[in-house]
Design a protein around this ligand. Structure first.
Ligand SMILES: Cc1ncc(COP(=O)(O)O)c(C=O)c1O
Length: 399
């Protein structure tokens, strides 16, 4: 076995052997589910929408089963109808017209963000990727598998929830090949303004860095719609944007999204390798995604639903001494626990005394340069239905 292991891609072991920080959370939840009556635990833990995929999307997919008879390979880069719907959405939402060669269908933002370092990092070099902390784990794992090294940018109150680019040492900047940004940011819910995105683009241009902007929460917002990096014209020379239907249309089960760049050359190698490596998103899924992207009503309705859940949960948490960071996007609520508590202690008390599950913030972020931005925080995903959120308020505020 050890001989076989030693023959693995040498970049794999650090990923395979990395500790899994959620063991304690998983076993706590399992225990609570066993101890409480069925249906009692209200789960704000997992960031996966529980609301159904919109009916118009489900109907479209069901119709596509019969129409296509499910036969034939799909298009690796995205079928004509789906790509047209993506273009329509990007134009409507961000005011940017894109040609088909400025787009590529994906299996969602996870798949895309994991693979991008493979294209831009030299496996034999000493390249680095700059990654927000807390940040979505595939940014790190994809970086490691590409033979590059992660360098984290703490996203906290201290940094104003903005990556501190000026604070990156010059030798690190010189080695950086990719800067990942995520706005609206999971899990803090903070949004980068167009000016801030412009500054980030200029940093990348000045330092020859590819900007990967994960915008998968762009349609879940409170107040003003978050801008896209695509709205910064200079991004043409450095940026790739990722988006998906997972959060906008609750289509996590379908794994469908897209990559976009104003610069077809930046997507050229990715499109070429995509055609060599995958068959593409299934026709049936694309049919649903196409209908979803052309409809603005259901994201609007979902925003109202998340707003209602937020308006109930946020004051209830304040009433027990928490200090929530008011989100401007995503469906997460990033909450500072009372001073005397630790994130794990707070989440365990909530789970075992009130049947409310949330995630300790220090487990979704890393210790980096002497700071873990998740210390003192827990994360709530506003995915339980409104009755459950009301019930959570009741349990939180009960003496
Ligand atoms: C920041 C971020 N990016 C990407 C994803 C996954 O996106 P998709 O479902 O499109 O793969 C998530 C899911 O939780 C996420 O939080």
């Amino acid at each position: 076995m050890s001989r076989r292991l030693s023959r693995l891609n040498p970049n794999l072991p650090p990923i395979l052997t990395a500790p899994y920080p959620f063991d304690v959370v998983d076993s706590n939840k399992k225990r609570a589910l066993e101890e409480f009556p069925e249906g009692y635990v209200i789960d704000f833990g997992v960031g996966d929408p529980t609301d159904p995929v919109p009916e118009l999307v489900r109907r479209k997919m069901a119709g596509a089963v019969e129409e296509s008879k499910c036969s034939g390979y799909p298009s690796a880069l995205g079928g004509a109808g789906y790509i047209a719907a993506v273009r329509d959405f990007v134009e409507r939402r961000f005011g940017v017209g894109l040609e088909p060669d400025q787009l590529c269908a994906t299996y969602g933002a996870k798949y895309a963000s994991f693979h991008l370092p493979w294209y831009f990092c030299d496996p034999a070099g000493d390249d680095m990727c700059l990654i927000p902390n807390p940040g979505y784990p595939p940014y790190t794992d994809g970086t490691l598998l590409a033979g590059a090294e992660p360098y984290y940018l703490n996203i906290s109150e201290l940094s104003g929830f903005v990556p501190d680019l000026a604070g990156i040492p010059a030798d690190i900047v010189a080695r950086a090949r990719i800067l990942f940004v995520n706005s609206p940011h999971s899990p803090t819910g903070q949004v980068l303004s167009l000016d801030q995105l412009g500054e980030i683009v200029r940093f990348c241009l000045d330092n020859d860095i590819v900007l990967v902007s994960d915008e998968c929460y762009s349609e879940l917002f409170y107040g003003d719609p978050p801008p896209s990096v695509l709205e910064v014209p200079e991004s043409a020379d450095c940026a790739i944007v990722l988006n998906s239907l997972s959060k906008r249309s609750m289509m996590t089960s379908c794994a469908v999204g897209f990559m976009a760049s104003r610069n077809p050359d930046l997507l050229g190698p990715i499109r070429a390798i995509t055609r060599k490596s995958i068959q593409g998103v299934a026709h049936i899924i694309e049919a649903g995604a196409e209908a979803a992207l052309l409809d603005d009503a259901h994201p609007r309705e979902m925003r109202a639903v998340y707003q209602e859940r937020l308006d109930i949960l946020l004051p209830a948490l304040e009433s027990v001494g928490c200090v929530p960071v008011r989100p401007r996007g995503t469906f997460f609520l990033w909450v500072k626990v009372p001073e005397a508590d630790t994130p794990l202690g707070f989440s365990e008390t909530l789970l075992f005394e009130k049947g409310i599950n949330c995630v300790p913030g220090n487990l979704v972020s890393k210790e980096w340069q002497g700071e873990n931005p998740g210390d003192g925080f827990v994360r709530f995903a506003l995915v339980p239905d409104i009755e459950q959120v009301r019930e959570a308020r009741q349990r939180l505020t009960a003496e």
